[in-house]
Design a protein around this ligand. Structure first.
Ligand code: NDP
Length: 241
C-alpha cells in the first residue's frame, strides 16, 4: 500500500458509517483525505476527530461541488482517488411513494455521483491517472420491497461505472463499483429489529458486515494490487447475493 501514501483522496459523505471508515482506512496508509457532508460543523468535527480534512459539500449542489473540488485541486495540485459514497434512503412502498421521495434519492445517489465525478475527472485526465470507486448496493442487483427509488439509483451506478471505465481506461483512470450487502451503520439502524434478524438468517456468513470491511475493499481497488481491474463490481455481502 506504499503507493497510496500522499495520494489525495476525496470521500463524499464521510461523516458517518461506511464513508467515515473509508476515510480512516486511507488515512492509516498515509493518504491525504478529504471528507464531505451536508453540514459544515458536523463535517469539520468528524474530520478533526479522525485527523483528515473536512469540507461542507452537498453532492446535489452542482455549483458547490465545482467550487469545493476546485479548492482541493488548488491546494493539493491533484486528486487521485474519488469515492462516491454519499447516499440516502427514503424507503416506502411504490404506491405510497411521494414525488419528493423519488426525486431526493435520485438527486443524491445518482445526480450527486454525476456532479462530483464530472468535476473531478478533468484533473485526472490531465494527470493521466486516477481511481474512481462508486458505492452501489446489493439491492441494485436483487431489488427490494420498499426501495424502488433507492435500488434504481444503485443499479444505475453499475451502468455509470462500466461506461465511464470504457471511456477513461485509455487515460489511465480506473472506475469500479462496490456493492455492499447489509452493513451496520445509521442507514440500517432504521430497519426494524425483527426484519433485521430475518435478514441475518438469510446471509450465509450469518452476520452483518461492518464498515471497515467495505473500506478494505476500497483500499484494494485504489491500490496497485488492483491495477488490471476496471469497470467491475465487487460484491461484499457475506454471500447474500
Ligand atoms: P449513512 O446514512 O450512515 O451515511 C451517509 C453519509 O452520506 C453521511 O456521511 C451523510 O453526511 C452523507 N450524505 C447524505 N446526503 C448527502 C449529500 N446530499 N451530500 C453529501 N453527503 C451526503 O450511510 P452508510 O454509511 O450506511 O452508506 C454509505 C453508502 O453505502 C451509501 O451510498 C449507501 O447507499 C451505501 N450502502 C450502504 C449499505 C448499508 O448496509 N449500510 C448497503 C449498501 C450500500 P451528512 O448527513 O453528515 O450530511
Amino acid at each position: 500500500m506504499e503507493e497510496l501514501k500522499g495520494k489525495v483522496v476525496l470521500v463524499t459523505g464521510g461523516t458517518r458509517g461506511i464513508g467515515r471508515a473509508i476515510a480512516e482506512r486511507f488515512k492509516e496508509v498515509g493518504a491525504t483525505v478529504y471528507i464531505t457532508g451536508t453540514n459544515e460543523e458536523r463535517t469539520k468535527n468528524v474530520a478533526e476527530e479522525i485527523g483528515v480534512n473536512g469540507v461542507k459539500m452537498n453532492v446535489t449542489d452542482r455549483e458547490e461541488v465545482k467550487k469545493v473540488v476546485a479548492e482541493i485541486l488548488e491546494k493539493e495540485g491533484q486528486l487521485d482517488v474519488l469515492i462516491n459514497n454519499a447516499g440516502i434512503t427514503k424507503d416506502t412502498l411504490f404506491l405510497r411513494m411521494k414525488d419528493e421521495d423519488w426525486d431526493s434519492v435520485i438527486d443524491t445517489n445518482l445526480n450527486g455521483v454525476y456532479n462530483v465525478t464530472r468535476a473531478v475527472v478533468p484533473a485526472m485526465i490531465k494527470k493521466k491517472a486516477g481511481n474512481i470507486i462508486n458505492i452501489s448496493s446489493v439491492v441494485g442487483f436483487t431489488g427490494n420491497i420498499g426501495q424502488v427509488n433507492y435500488s434504481a439509483t444503485k443499479s444505475a451506478l453499475v451502468g455509470f461505472t462500466k461506461s465511464l471505465a470504457k471511456e477513461l481506461g485509455s487515460r489511465g483512470i480506473r472506475v469500479n463499483c462496490i456493492a455492499p450487502g447489509y452493513i451496520t451503520t445509521d442507514m440500517t439502524e432504521k430497519i426494524p429489529e425483527k426484519i433485521k434478524q430475518e435478514l441475518i438468517k438469510s446471509i450465509p456468513l450469518k452476520r452483518e458486515g461492518n464498515p471497515r470491511e467495505i473500506a478494505d475493499v476500497c483500499l484494494f481497488l485504489a491500490s496497485d494490487m488492483a491495477s488490471y481491474i476496471t469497470g467491475t463490481v465487487i460484491h461484499v455481502n457475506g454471500g447474500l447475493f
